[in-house]
Design a protein around this ligand. Structure first.
Ligand code: FAD
Ligand code: NAD
Ligand code: ISD
Length: 436
């Protein structure tokens, strides 16, 4: 049993949705047997960021179909009907269990062999499990991860089952910070535990982290830093306490775990060249086998702005743009599509705060604005940092900016604005970018 398509997108997340829209715009739709998307999720592609933000709100939380791609970039809402209407075959609830790059075939969990002429790998990443750190408990009824709608539904159910209760959030990265904020908004008491000296260690400077930690503390969050979780106390299938390396015991009605992600590359191990934990691609998002493209979290691609350094970025803007670029390159009959020229962009929104980051957090960090811990006053915080490398702005972070201000810092990074004097940059702060 089998089907054959010209193009197959493996994975049905953010990148798949944006790739489908780009395909339709460039190709005028798909004819039968032309394009198929295979996903082990039961939903058409959706905007994953919504799961740790709107989805967890105590009131008026959006549910599918409201946040299918591509509404996150204010574009069309691609419902299942949209795929049908445009001739794209959606194979949902179906896991690909093996891939043969030489034969150009995929074997699904239902035993079907789907063959392709060109494959776009958009398998994203999976949440790292506690067990990978030697701690068991992931299967407990009140331990939550957050990667997909199923996880989000469990998290909402568990949260609602313990109003006013205690949550332990394990991990001080994106999931930890965004879920902690959502839990507090739902009147759950939160303790965050992580091994580093400060939160968001992959991106924040200690000064930036200190601001957010103080803000979270003012909202009732307790931080247990430089601490390791060594075990979970479990009773009747539920965690009742989280045990730390120094013997401390944190009572828990629920646990949220966000201890990192790993790209889903396993199907291609030994078949495609890998780098930085992902599938290595060129500037056209093409893997070491020319019939395969990789996009989104799973792709390690050259970033021109960083001198062609190969990076793998686990952020939604990257998924959207690499997907579009791969489709443009794949359908390019005239050789006019060159290498992607990507400006890395990440963002987050928690409580009433909102930040954006552009570029690379490499070099000397130069802070600006008021980073003093919030005093409960009404003024919305506005501050940020530039990262200066080799006399140029390599990265910029801004909390509380306006659209024009975000555009201005992005532009400073994009053009690698020259910094003659770091003290002067610090003095001018945001004006360095906005009045350039
Ligand atoms: P995904 O969106 O993860 O899609 C991968 C798809 O492939 C999934 O549907 C998966 O089930 C499927 N799949 C995998 N293996 C197989 C297989 N073998 N067979 C069939 N299907 C398979 N980034 C930001 O910049 N800002 C944010 O605010 C933000 N918030 C986030 C909130 C959450 C809760 C999460 C989890 C991530 C968030 N991100 C955010 C990151 C962003 O969502 C990801 O970078 C983005 O989803 C990557 O897109 P992708 O298509 O590569 O992978
Ligand atoms: P992350 O890499 O951001 O953070 C992982 C955290 O795990 C670290 O900060 C660290 O504190 C913690 N950790 C590591 N080992 C630990 C241990 N032994 N015990 C306790 N804590 C430990 O990963 P994440 O927060 O799990 O996010 C998962 C994925 O989702 C990432 O790809 C992330 O980029 C993505 N995401 C992005 C956003 C955004 O861009 N706004 C939001 C949510 C999720
Ligand atoms: O990019 C995003 C984001 O941060 C969300 O919360 O998409 C979602 C929503 O904007 C889609 O409804």
């Amino acid at each position: 049993m089998g089907r054959a398509f010209d193009y197959v997108i493996l994975g049905g997340g953010v990148a798949a949705g944006y790739a489908a829209l780009e395909f339709v715009r460039r190709n005028g739709g798909a004819s039968s047997q032309e394009l198929c998307i295979i996903s082990d999720e039961h939903f058409a592609p959706y905007e994953r960021p919504a799961l740790s933000k709107g989805y967890l709100l105590p009131q008026d939380a959006p549910r599918l179909p409201a946040f299918h791609t591509c509404v996150g970039s204010k574009d069309e809402l691609l419902t299942e009907e949209w795929y049908n209407e445009h001739g794209i075959v959606l194979v949902l609830g179906t896991r690909v269990i093996s891939a043969d790059v030489r034969r150009k075939t995929l074997l699904t969990s239902s035993g079907e062999i789907i063959s392709y002429k060109t494959l776009i790998v958009a398998t994203g990443a999976r949440a790292v499990k506690l067990e990978e750190f030697g701690v068991s408990g992931s299967d407990a009824r009140n331990v939550c991860y957050l990667r997909n709608v199923e996880d989000a539904d469990k998290l909402v159910g568990v949260m609602r089952s313990c109003p006013g209760g205690n949550a332990v959030v394990v991990g001080g990265g994106y999931i930890g910070m965004e879920c902690a904020a959502a839990l507090v908004t739902n009147n759950i008491k939160v303790t965050m535990v992580f091994p580093e000296k400060h939160c968001m260690g992959r991106l924040f400077t200690p000064k930036i982290a200190e601001f957010y930690e103080s803000y979270y503390a003012s909202r009732g969050v307790t931080f247990v830093k430089e601490a390791a979780v060594t075990s979970m106390q479990i009773s009747a299938g539920k965690v009742t306490a989280v045990i730390l390396g120094d013997g401390r015991r944190l009572p828990a009605d629920m646990v949220v775990v966000g201890v990192g992600a790993r790209a889903n590359t396993g199907l291609f191990d030994g078949q495609l060249v890998m780098e930085n934990g992902g599938i290595k691609v060129n500037g056209r998002m093409q893997a070491s086998d020319a019939s395969v493209y990789a996009v989104g979290d799973v792709a390690a691609f050259p970033v021109k702005l960083f001198g062609g350094d190969v990076r793998r970025l686990e952020h939604v803007d990257c998924a959207r743009r690499t997907a579009r670029h791969a489709v443009a390159a794949m359908l390019d009959a005239t050789g006019s599509v060159g290498d992607i020229d990507y400006l890395p962009f990440f963002y987050s929104r928690v409580f009433s705060l909102s930040w954006q980051f552009y570029g690379d957090n490499a070099g000397e960090a130069v802070h600006f604005g008021d980073l003093a811990p919030p005093d409960g006053g009404a003024a919305a915080p506005k501050f940020g940092a530039y990262w200066v490398r080799d006399g140029r702005v390599a990265g910029a972070f801004l909390e509380g900016g306006s659209r024009q201000e975000y555009e201005a810092v992005a532009s400073a990074v994009r053009r690698g604005a020259a910094v003659a004097d770091v003290a002067e940059l610090e003095r001018r702060g945001l004006a360095f970018a906005t009045q350039a």
